[in-house]
Design a protein around this ligand. Structure first.
Ligand SMILES: Nc1nc2c(c(=O)[nH]1)N[C@H]1C(S)=C(S)[C@@H](COP(=O)(O)O)O[C@H]1N2
Ligand SMILES: [Mo]
Length: 222
């Protein structure tokens, strides 16, 4: 895990990781060339893990309920800015889903609690031209999906995993969860959700990773 006391080291580790993963995209590593049936539970080229690996840029910002804020901005009729208490006062739902990371691990049956993306979208009232979503996180990370991919019944902003608050290393107190796309689309430590008429590729998307990220058609790179 990263520490704050050696930013030089973290910077070098971060550069190394970005270099490695950008290289994988260039070489098309981990592509099996097979296509799974959409009904197949484990997407092609994935293997099951029991623990939950941590992947990020090596900066794990400390966000507390006191400093937490979530903004929904951009192409919306009613911009929203929520404190932690306001977020927690919204209708809460539980769901169980599988998660799939482009680095080839999948984890089944994760139990989450949080606020449905649809609840937040309704609050902000997207303008007719809104088609895309850009997530901005406290560590500077960004990632993008289409609004119709965000507005799915299995998409949540989650704060509990397996009955416990989501740990800082996994994006706590609140992270995005879009289970039917590779996990890099699920921003940890989310700060701002921007709706937009135009698409804006995020951190990994501009470094050779696929804009759409569907695990069942192996949209890893592109
Ligand atoms: N804010 C932020 N969110 C992020 C990342 C990141 O570096 N910063 N990494 C992404 C990547 S590449 C992956 S695979 C998942 C990993 O989530 P996990 O560490 O909880 O497994 O988070 C995604 N969300
Ligand atoms: Mo990742």
């Amino acid at each position: 895990m990263a520490t704050e006391d050696d930013p030089g080291l973290i910077g070098r580790l971060r550069e190394k990781l970005i270099e490695t993963k950008t290289g994988w995209a260039r070489e098309g590593r981990l592509l099996t060339g097979t296509h799974a049936e959409p009904t197949q539970r484990l997407p092609p080229g994935q293997r099951l893990v029991r623990d939950w690996p941590v992947l990020d840029l090596g900066i794990q910002p400390a966000v507390s309920p006191q400093t937490f804020r979530l903004d929904l901005v951009g192409a919306v009729a009613r911009p929203v800015s929520l404190t932690y208490d306001e977020f927690m006062a919204l209708p809460q739902q539980e769901n169980v889903c599988d998660i799939h990371c482009v680095t080839q691990w999948s984890r089944y049956d994760n139990r989450w609690k949080g606020v449905a993306a649809h609840t937040l979208i309704e609050l902000a009232a997207p303008k007719p031209e809104a088609r895309h979503v850009i997530f901005h996180a406290h560590d500077g990370y960004t990632t993008n999906v289409r609004l119709d991919q965000f507005d799915q019944p299995d998409v949540f902003l989650v704060h509990e995993w397996e009955g416990k608050p989501i740990e800082r290393q996994h994006g706590g107190p609140i992270r995005v969860l879009i289970p039917r796309l590779y996990l890099w689309k699920s921003a940890k430590w989310v700060r701002r959700i921007e709706l937009s008429a135009t698409d804006r590729p995020g951190f990994w998307e501009v470094r050779g990773y696929h804009n759409n990220a569907d695990p069942w058609t192996e949209e890893r790179y592109g």
